[in-house]
Ligand binder design. Structure first.
Ligand code: AMP
Length: 416
C-alpha cells in the first residue's frame, strides 16, 4: 500500500518523499487513516516502528485543513516522557510539515532548561505543543499556555510516562483539556496502570497492534560475551578497536558507572560521552548531536536517558551491564535494527548477571548465544541452555555506519 492511498495531503506526501520513505510501516498504514477519521486510537507500538510519523502526519493533515484563529491556541498536545523524545518529535513535526502552506507552528517544552524563554516563545501562539508533563504543568500554572482549545491529545510512550511517575501530572493536564477531543495513546506495554488510564480517557478507540511486543528481539542479532566483571572495560575497548566500530551506544545501569566508563574510554583515545539524568540539557543535546554526526564514537547512556534516542541504522548496541528490569533489555536493543534494518546487540555478561540473562531470555522467548572472546575468557561459566544452531555470520550492510559491522571472528562458543 503506497502512502498516497492513506488520505494525506500533497504537501505531506512531498515531505514523506523527501524523508525517503517508500511505503508506510504497519503502524502507519493503520494509524494514519484512523487518526484522519477523528477516532480515538490505542496503539501498542514500540520505538522503531515508525509510530512518530504514524501520529504526526495525520495530525498535521487535520490541523492544516482548518484555518487557525488569530491567537493560535494549542490544538494538538503531544505528551512524552523524556526531553530527548520531545525534541525528536519536534524535529519530526518540522520535517513532515515543511511543505505546508501556511506553516503550522510547533514548540517543544521540557524541564531542565530555563522556563522564561519557553514562556516568551509560547506567547505568539502555537498549533502543536510537544511537552514533558512536569514542565507543561509549570507553564500552565504560570498561565503561559492555555489548553482549553486542544482538539487532539497524544500520549506517547505512555508506559514510560507512568514508570517515571507522571500519572498525577497527566491526570491534572487532562483536567485542563476540553471534554470533547480526540485521544491517541501509544504504549509499548499494557500494564494494569495503563489500562486504568485508558478507561475513561479513550472513547471507542481503534485498537492497533502492529507486532508482538518483542519484535526488536527478533530483528536484532544478539550475543552475550561471558566475561569477568573486572575485564569488561578492556573487552569493550578491544571490540571497538578490533572491529573498528564507529558508532556504538553503550548502556550502563548507573549514572556513576556511565561517567566512569566514559572517562576510561577517553583515556584510551576512544571518543566517548555520557548522557544521563545528572547531565545538563545542553550537555545531553551536544553529546547526542556529536554522536549523530559521527564526531563522537561512543555514547554511554543510562536507560532513562536513552529512552527515545532516534538514530537511523544504529549498528551496535552494547549492554555493558544487563538492565535490572528485563523489559529494559528490549527497549535497549530497540535502538538498533530500526525500521526493519538488522542490528547487533552485544551484552557483556559477568557471572553475577547469569540469572538476569536467563530472565531476559524468558521474556524475549529466545536464547541469546553465549560466546567468549580469546584473551577475555572467564573461568566462571555456568552456561544455561545451549543454542540450537550456530549463529550465521551477518551480511555487511551497505551504509557508512555499517562498514565496520563484520561478523565476530576469533570467538569461540562456550557450548560444546
Ligand atoms: P519511530 O518508531 O517513530 O521512532 O521511527 C523509527 C525510525 O523509522 C525513524 O528514524 C523514522 O525516520 C523511520 N521511519 C518512519 N517511517 C518510516 C517509513 N515508512 N519507512 C522508512 N523509515 C521510516
Amino acid at each position: 500500500m503506497p502512502f498516497s492511498s492513506l488520505g494525506l495531503s500533497d504537501p505531506l506526501l512531498s515531505a514523506i518523499a523527501d524523508a525517503g520513505y517508500s511505503t508506510p510501516s504497519p503502524i502507519q498504514s493503520q494509524a494514519i487513516p484512523a487518526v484522519l477519521k477523528g477516532s480515538d486510537v490505542l496503539a501498542a507500538a514500540q520505538t522503531g516502528t515508525g509510530k512518530t510519523a504514524g501520529f504526526t502526519l495525520p495530525i498535521l493533515h487535520r490541523l492544516s485543513q482548518k484555518n487557525y484563529s488569530k491567537n493560535r491556541p494549542v490544538r494538538a498536545l503531544i505528551l512524552t516522557p523524556t526531553r530527548e523524545l520531545a525534541a525528536q518529535i519536534g524535529e519530526s513535526v518540522n520535517k513532515y510539515g515543511v511543505h505546508l502552506h501556511p506553516r503550522l507552528k510547533s514548540e517543544v517544552v521540557f524541564g531542565g532548561v530555563k522556563i522564561n524563554p519557553q514562556i516568551s516563545r509560547l506567547k505568539s501562539g502555537i498549533d502543536i505543543l510537544i511537552a514533558t508533563p512536569g514542565r507543561l504543568l509549570d507553564l500552565v500554572n504560570q498561565r503561559a499556555v492555555k489548553l482549553d482549545q486542544v482538539e487532539t491529545l497524544i500520549l506517547d510512550e505512555a508506559d514510560r510516562m507512568l514508570d517515571m511517575g507522571f500519572i498525577r501530572d497527566i491526570r491534572k493536564i487532562i483536567s485542563f483539556l476540553p471534554k470533547k477531543r480526540q485521544n491517541l495513546l501509544f504504549s509499548a506495554t499494557f500494564s494494569s496502570d495503563i489500562r486504568k488510564l485508558t478507561t475513561g480517557l479513550l472513547v471507542n478507540p481503534i485498537k492497533i497492534e502492529v507486532a508482538a511486543r518483542n519484535t526488536a528481539a527478533e530483528l536484532v542479532d544478539q550475543v552475550a560475551y561471558l566475561v569477568d566483571k573486572t575485564s569488561k572495560t578492556q573487552l569493550l575497548c578491544h571490540l571497538i578497536k578490533k572491529y573498528d566500530w564507529q558508532q556504538v551506544l553503550v548502556f550502563t545501569t548507573t549514572k556513576h558507572g556511565a561517567n566512569r566508563l566514559t572517562e576510561k574510554l577517553n583515556k584510551v583515545d576512544i571518543n566517548a560521552a555520557a548522557i544521563h539524568g545528572n547531565k545538563s540539557q545542553g550537555a545531553r543535546t551536544k553529546a547526542l548531536a556529536g554522536f549523530k554526526t559521527g564526531n563522537l564514537r561512543v555514547l554511554v547512556a543510562t536507560d532513562v536517558a536513552a529512552r527515545g534516542i532516534d538514530i537511523n541504522l544504529l549498528p551496535h548496541v552494547v549492554n555493558f551491564e544487563l538492565p535490572r528490569a528485563p523489559e529494559d533489555y528490549v527497549h535497549r536493543i530497540g535502538r538498533t535494527g530500526r525500521a526493519g534494518e538488522e542490528g547487533e546487540a552485544i551484552s557483556l555478561v559477568s557471572h553475577d548477571e547469569y540469572k538476569t540473562l536467563r530472565m531476559i531470555e524468558k521474556l524475549i522467548g529466545k536464547e541469546i548465544q553465549r560466546e567468549q572472546i580469546e584473551g577475555f575468557e572467564t573461568a566462571k561459566i555456568a552456561p544455561p541452555v545451549p543454542p540450537k544452531q550456530p549463529r550465521k555470520p551477518r551480511p555487511r550492510r551497505n551504509t557508512n555506519q555499517a562498514k565496520s559491522n563484520q561478523p565476530r571472528k576469533n570467538t569461540k562458543s562456550t557450548h560444546r
